[in-house]
Ligand binder design. Sequence first.
Ligand code: HEM
Length: 411
Amino acid sequence: MRRPRLENSPLLFAKGYGWLPDARRARGRRTVAVRLGGLPALGIQGPDAARFLYDEDHVHRSHAIPEPVRGTLFGKGAVHTLDGQEHRTRKAMFVSLLMDHDRIAPLVDSATAAWDAAVPGWVDRGEVVLFDEAAAVLTRAACDWAGVPLTDDEVPSVARDLTAMVDGFATGGPRHWRARRARGRRQAELSRLVADVRSGAVAVPGGSVVDVVARHRDADGERLDPHTAAVELLNVIRPTVAISWFLAFSGHALARWPQHGERLASAEPAFAEAWAHEVRRFYPFAPFIGGRAPREVEWDGERVPAHSMVLLDLYGQNHDPALWGDPYTFRPERFLDREIGAFELVPQGAGDPSTNHRCPGEQVTVAVLAALAVRLARLQADVPAQDLSISLRRIPAKPASGVVLRVRGTD
Ligand code: HEM
């Protein structure tokens, strides 16, 4: 089956996050036929559309992810690309590692400890780039928590590689090749770690992420080959470090709307969590998710031919005025008095993460982001003149300056 080819998607590259919303506006319809990489695709949006996409009877994930995305962001053979029983068995491993409070709390503790240890260095250096510093803090925390051996000297280069894999997935040119080289290096290293753990040459804590992935058995009863085990280890560590995007966005929001700073710094748990939700809703990160119709299906009066793509517009749905009043206003309070439906807020997918492809790291993301955003708000820091613009044409989007801070201390 031919896979979609990203390089054949000039409109996506030209418009970025605006690609599907613009098509909807132009045609006055919420469901739009487009082309992705030379293949027909249907762009859909809304809670009912999300339900449609997550039904395995309508959309499959295998053969759906273009090679440039597998070769950088997810890795070959990743859980993202599996269907049916194979997916459920592999997914159960991630659920056991990531969706249990007793496992999330130590990661939050590692992240806050790494942040607190880093702050004096920021004061000494005077000016720091929040995105880079957050990535280093999260790399330290993620590796300690996961059981991946890492010296302090290695943190900056590993942080650079882990963020490069995310930064280069949806582009051609140097950013893309940097992402591929980064993945190659880190996969080779983690494959060796898995082989060494299995042979007993290296000991890691029992029950740690490395230990669980090394011992995991797939639906066929076989252990993961070291390459696939490394891919899945990276699928825990890389996105944990990618929370640095949301921290940079938090820095952007505090600079643009400083009126929220005091309440966030007060560490009121409900507000810190609401902050994390609003940052994930408001700012652009994952643009859309997609899969392929296994047979001809129909959605919203549109025919979806067998094997063509269906794309759920995450950015568009997170800014749908029917779901979010005043969607382009940053207002964390909107989440204080609101239950969030399973198919409404979709920065990390929708539905039930223990059975479908929804991100199993969502609780991790909210918990780590909330804890570190409170610390960010407590920094005594100035924001010097800089380019804080966020281009919606760049996927993944990021404040241009990375958010430069002059740190004087912390409350
Ligand atoms: C899947 C976004 C953090 C692990 C996904 C998906 C999205 C997403 C959009 C695809 C959902 C789908 O296809 O239905 C994000 C964003 C994050 C984040 C924006 C913020 C940094 C994390 C974290 C972890 C994680 C912290 C692990 C610690 C995964 C895994 C999958 C996934 C393993 C594949 C799930 C599957 O295919 O069943 N994420 N994620 N993510 N995410 Fe995240």
